[in-house]
Design a binder for this molecule. Sequence first.
Ligand SMILES: [Zn+2]
Length: 263
Amino acid sequence: MKKINFTLILVLIITLFGTSCEKPFNIFSVEDDIQFGLQFDQEIKTNGNFVILDEGQYQEAYNMLNQFTTKLLATGKVEYANKFHWKVRIIKDDATVNAFAVPGGYLYFYTGLIKTLDNEAQFVGVIAHEMAHVARRHSTSQLTKAYGIDLMLSMLIGNNKNEWVKIAAQLASGLAELKFSRNDEFEADKYAVIYTYPTEWDARGVAKFFEKMDSQSVTPVFLSTHPADKDRISAVNKEWNSLGGKQGEYFENRYIQFINALP
Ligand SMILES: [Zn+2]
């Protein structure tokens, strides 16, 4: 009952201010994010469209990947660092240069992306960027945009599990895609710098990743609708400068070890 009242108040807020708000209002609770992430992850593991590398079989690769995320989460800069699940999975697909994140802290990286990059700093930049989409809760506001407030509300009020499963299935099969706005992308880049800055890695990793993609004329699926790379690179460098311009490590050799731990 309490939740319904709260939701109704939110509807009023959305109706009154929705069009003038720069940022779409997020009607999901943090628990909804986690619930959705769990369902999406279940779907992606079972729907047969993805080969997820087994954690037991590829323990070394997963240990390294988990170290990357653990170090980012330990900075104290990532929102919901202790609340979201922060589960990472590697998708075996060398032909696809892609990564994506869903609410609740579920992050997926294709072997095609990992093998294209040269060093840890670039890859950690991508991880931090995806983490920022989750921690800044861009995904759930995109879900609301994609599916409409009415459906989202009916799902939240009615706790309509079937609808959750259906949407998770659509997203996991690629029938529906969460497209982030230009602002969300710039924000995710900015927070990637903020999250990485206290670590041993160079916090400009995400910009180095864009430079790498440019040099290869590769447009990863998840960058195709994004703002121009050169604008993003200069925004990343500006953020890095404003934090003090500390040079970090790139770890080329360690990154080769990581790639070698993959099939
Ligand atoms: Zn993004």
